[in-house]
Design a binder for this molecule. Structure first.
Ligand code: PMP
Length: 405
């Protein structure tokens, strides 16, 4: 566990927190995390002194960027324990990674095949599958959840048939922070020869990911949720499956030879990376990985769980407050509602005191509709948050409730 001094040292690595004269509190880390000074400086230094494109020219700047990009691909391979470097595809984020797969598997999906998702997915892991199933006349099946938002695995097993070709499920839900039983889901899916995509957006900063051990076919996440730059995501896919996929976008960087008669595609990973990459972002990502590894992901999780347990304890003092899913497997996300209080009203009042929380449906409208609520109040922690911040949040929360009552 981190000492008070260690957390202060960590906070000092984040300019947004170090220069925080107004003592603002940032509890919206499930939406995006702050970036370390090392990430920011690396991007700045690269942009000021070394900027160039990759794999296009023979000059020294191109060589530097190309080598750095491929080195960072290797670091990412080790970070999630992929087997091959070619299994790491750079995208713009989780959303693009999922859209890429939904687009590319279209040619393998026949009429009346089934795609399975769950009731608690983020819109980014619903809409691409809805569009694909409509385009291919396939069926989109949805694993139901219980009143707390947890998956009903018994029904999932019943939904699985020979017609199931694809399952897309989040590792940790962004609404209530539920850890889904993805090991069980992957094993069950593979028994029926179905492919599985795991949306790791909310897991990647807290859970050590070993894609070979998980045996998932695809694992996707965004770098901006793990202290790194925006505009960058990762698509991991098993090489033998990615090899069979058609390109998602076409253009520069993904070809061996182009003639007007036909185009010969490059191999992986370039086949799926058309166009100019977010070079500065990729180079800055290495510092985010280093930061997380230096902190130790296991220690990050246990510290954030401590914050969450503390928040649950003090929030439980409030009459009429309902916490969604406070089981023993806590993550970093806490969603709640308070009787007769609209989440937006509370969010708007708290922002006057410099407290940033998330309110609303959290890009999961089907889940909110199912639970018959308009939304929730969500606080989500990162490694730089503190018990003192939770105390201040609690103090102002009580003040806001008095104003609203
Ligand atoms: N899936 C989940 C579970 C998420 O939490 C998010 C971001 N809130 C996304 C997908 C989409 O990520 P991005 O906007 O970075 O593509």
């Amino acid at each position: 566990m981190f000492s008070y001094e260690e957390i202060q040292q960590i906070r000092n690595q984040f300019p947004m927190l170090k220069n925080n004269e107004n003592k603002n509190i940032y509890f919206d880390n499930a939406a995006t995390t702050q970036k370390t000074v090392q990430v920011i400086n690396t991007i700045k230094k690269y942009s000021c002194n070394l900027n160039s494109n990759v794999n296009r020219s023979v000059h020294f700047l191109d060589k530097f960027t190309t080598n750095s990009l491929e080195l960072n691909r290797k670091h990412m391979k080790y970070f999630i324990n992929a087997k091959y470097r070619e299994e790491i595809i750079f995208t713009t984020g989780t959303t693009e990674s999922i859209n890429l797969i939904a687009f590319c598997i279209s040619k393998f999906l026949k009429k009346s095949d089934d795609i399975i998702i769950s009731h608690s997915e983020h819109h980014s892991n619903i809409i691409p599958w809805q569009v694909l199933s409509q385009k291919n006349n396939a069926n989109l099946k949805v694993i139901p959840v219980n009143s707390e938002g947890a998956l009903n695995i018994r029904v999932f097993k019943k939904l699985m048939t020979k017609k199931t070709k694809f399952i897309a499920i989040s590792h940790v839900t962004n609404t209530f922070g539920i850890i889904n039983p993805i090991n069980k889901i992957i094993k069950t899916a593979h028994k029926q020869n179905s492919l599985v995509l795991i949306d790791g957006s909310q897991a990647i900063s807290q859970i050590t990911i070993d894609v070979q051990n998980l045996d998932c076919d695809f694992y996707v996440f965004s770098i901006h949720k793990m202290y790194g730059p925006t505009g960058l995501g990762i698509l991991y896919g098993k090489k033998q499956i990615l090899d069979k996929l058609p390109p998602y976008k076409c253009g520069g960087g993904m070809i061996e030879k182009v003639t007007f008669r036909q185009t010969l595609l490059a191999g992986l990973p370039f086949k799926l990376e058309a166009g100019t990459q977010n070079m500065a972002g990729i180079i800055g990502t290495n510092k985010a990985l280093k930061f997380l590894l230096n902190c130790s992901i296991i220690k990050v999780k246990s510290y954030e769980t401590k914050l969450l347990k503390y928040a649950i304890k003090i929030l439980s003092n409030i009459n009429g407050l309902q916490i969604y899913y406070k089981n023993s497997k806590l993550t970093k996300i806490l969603s709640f509602n308070i009787e007769k209080i609209h989440s937006f009203d509370l969010g708007k009042l708290l922002t006057n005191y410099g407290i940033a929380i998330r309110t609303g449906a959290h890009c999961a409208q089907p889940l909110m509709e199912y639970l018959k609520i308009t939304g929730t109040i969500r606080i989500s922690f990162a490694i730089y948050n503190t018990i003192e911040e939770i105390d201040i949040f609690y103090k102002y929360l009580i003040k806001c409730l008095e104003l609203l009552s």
